[in-house]
Design a protein around this ligand. Sequence first.
Ligand SMILES: Nc1nc2c(c(=O)[nH]1)N[C@H]1C(S)=C(S)[C@@H](COP(=O)(O)OP(=O)(O)OC[C@H]3O[C@@H](n4cnc5c(=O)[nH]c(N)nc54)[C@H](O)[C@@H]3O)O[C@H]1N2
Ligand SMILES: Nc1nc2c(c(=O)[nH]1)N[C@H]1C(S)=C(S)[C@@H](COP(=O)(O)OP(=O)(O)OC[C@H]3O[C@@H](n4cnc5c(=O)[nH]c(N)nc54)[C@H](O)[C@@H]3O)O[C@H]1N2
Ligand code: SF4
Ligand SMILES: [Mo]
Length: 693
Amino acid sequence: MPNSATPTHCPYCALQCGMNLTPAPDGTVEVSERADFPVNRGALCGKGRTAPAVLSSRVRLTSPLVRSGGTLVPATWDEALDRIAEALSRTRSEHGPDACGVFGGGGLTNEKAYTLGKFARVVLGTSQIDYNGRFCMSSAAAGGMKAFGLDRGLPFPLEDIPKSGCVILVGSNLAETMPPSLRFFTELRENGGTLIVIDPRRTKTAEQADLHLMPRPGTDLALALGLLHLVVAEGLVDEEYVRERTAGWEDARAAAMAHWPEYVERITGVSVPQLRETVRLFCEPESAMVLTARGPEQQSKGTDTVSAWINLCLATGRAGRPFSGYGCLTGQGNGQGGREHGQKADQLPGYRKLDDPAARAHVAEVWGVDPDSLPGPGRSAYELLDALGTDIRSLLLMGSNPVVSAPHAAHVEERIKSLDFLAVCDVVLSETAALADVVLPVTQWAEETGTTTNLEGRVLLRRQAITPPDGIRSDLEVMHELADRLGVEKGFPTDPEEVFEELRRASAGGPADYSGITYRRLAEENGVFWPCPTEDTVVHPGTPRLFLDRFATPDGRARFVPVSHRAIAEEPDEEYPVLLTTGRVVAQYQSGAQTRRVDELNAAAPGPFVELHPRLAERLGAAEGDPVAVVSRRGRAVAPARITLGIRPDTVFMPFHWYGEGRANTLTNPALDPTSRMPEFKACAVRVETVER
Ligand SMILES: Nc1nc2c(c(=O)[nH]1)N[C@H]1C(S)=C(S)[C@@H](COP(=O)(O)OP(=O)(O)OC[C@H]3O[C@@H](n4cnc5c(=O)[nH]c(N)nc54)[C@H](O)[C@@H]3O)O[C@H]1N2
Ligand SMILES: Nc1nc2c(c(=O)[nH]1)N[C@H]1C(S)=C(S)[C@@H](COP(=O)(O)OP(=O)(O)OC[C@H]3O[C@@H](n4cnc5c(=O)[nH]c(N)nc54)[C@H](O)[C@@H]3O)O[C@H]1N2
Ligand code: SF4
Ligand SMILES: [Mo]
């Protein structure tokens, strides 16, 4: 490996900030500014700056581990791989292929996600594969597909944001979750545009807003419908646009008209004057955007909620036009690419559908298998985890730590413990890996090359910058070895570029067409936006902006979807009178498996807490820092009180990055959205109590 700086991208979130990495003689890696990448122009958050720490031998796994007499002990690669292959074959012969489960992650590169989907269907022959992206942006994906016929998080580059007239940010705390992106919103305001933030908490992001609405958690659907009602009542519908570029307006209009502003005020707690002000700020400028993140999406009605926000954009002519549109701020490093190439239960590469005969035929040909041998769609992530130990007897897990991050986590932990066999590939011994029968230590990020697709749909080359320690293999090598042991000798290359070449062919002609993208182009250009088909005579430039001429539906028109307000799955009552919502803090990432192992990040965010309003704290008799218990129908969690005026008095907030007694997901409700199968992470009923210590 060279000792000079390698330009690459961050391992963590969907911004995929550009950075330079230089190995130092003492074995550490220096992170330095890479100003040529337009998303972050050199800026990094603390997680990106400290990312190499996770790869140091002090914290990472360096040898395969196998369970022996109840404990995990070091083993050779052959021993560990043989055990996995034997367990999977035994499960398959005793219980059938669908008794083997596979669980992936949106942090895996495109090459890994693609190979994992192929491994499940071709080697194991199982339909039971899904991934943690189901917990992430699946509601936005479903809403985007319904309306536009295509799901790409943002249909425009982030650089368009400052040129818009108004942006409504619904349930995103990007000042903490994507800090370098805050600049685009600051520039928006400097250019005279307005920023509206909708969040039950006064977050660092909300502090930047011209207008901050603080709805009750779980009521974004009603809020969006109330705004659309006002748009109609005030004669602000763009009739010509609706006529020419959309279908289905009448039904959506009728549904919205039932949501009177006063009724919406009662549901959401957002006053009618604030609703009117929002409509004014959104409709006055020539262009405007709505961006959603996990706040409104992680609800058991997340898909309908996204549809309601899209309806608002369509009625006002704010989609498929310059500096206007609906977008979802995807979360994980490869949250976008990870949902396109086949690790999702119902999907084949190129964002093709597993139940579409033409898609099956195309992909089966690339894979050199009979289309009829491909299994059908399987269960969604939570349903899959819930079936562990019953229908699903063995699980291969790569790129997720569900013992911390899944809803109703104590139950999920029990399900995992009841498996006949669990194999986990990870960089560190996560809480889930600690339960495994075999743990494989794999290379990650700077130790290997691969592509990711950021939240803008920009495909990027993440280059290898350092040499991995001895004794570690890549996920691609693991799948190659397992395939070989399970009787499939060909079709599982270990070279990422070779995998990408196959992915190009598999995605060709699909909605997420990568066929015109090569590693060489990615190295020369600063990423390429999909769709990027192969063209005979010219090089396709990629597609930074979607829908400007037509939407991706058969007739080119966007679809309104009529939706109506409904309650959250578990409304507060006498026994559980408070609402719990959950989310993130800037210094920790997801289940914390990686960031809890970095000293600087731990010093900044050492543990869980319960954010609550002074009025609620006073009623409880809790002072700042006192341990408080939060109890739901699923369990009890304890963490110190953090008292703030920046939260609704009827709501408490917990970040979900920790295991143990402060694990937020002990409490959360696995009620699923009927379309996206997204769990209701953002609202459940709890009671809060003081704890004697
Ligand atoms: N530091 C850090 N950054 C991350 C991550 C991380 O774990 N840590 N994870 C990455 C990933 S995978 C993702 S998905 C993104 C997530 O990025 P965000 O969506 O910004 O993160 P969250 O904190 O989950 O939720 C955002 C906000 O939603 C609000 N909220 C809660 N309930 C509701 C509600 O009912 N309605 C509305 N409108 N808002 C509500 C919360 O108060 C919170 O401020 O972040 C990415 N970046
Ligand atoms: N209460 C609550 N729960 C939530 C959420 C919430 O807002 N509230 N948000 C949900 C969301 S949006 C998400 S995305 C999930 C995320 O939650 P998880 O799915 O648990 O995600 P991570 O913690 O990122 O776990 C990734 C694991 O893969 C490992 N890893 C990293 N890179 C690689 C690799 O290349 N190969 C392999 N084999 N392993 C690798 C890491 O070390 C880590 O152990 O949590 C969800 N859970
Ligand atoms: S904002 Fe996201 S991509 Fe950028 S440095 Fe931080 S974690 Fe990495
Ligand atoms: Mo996510």
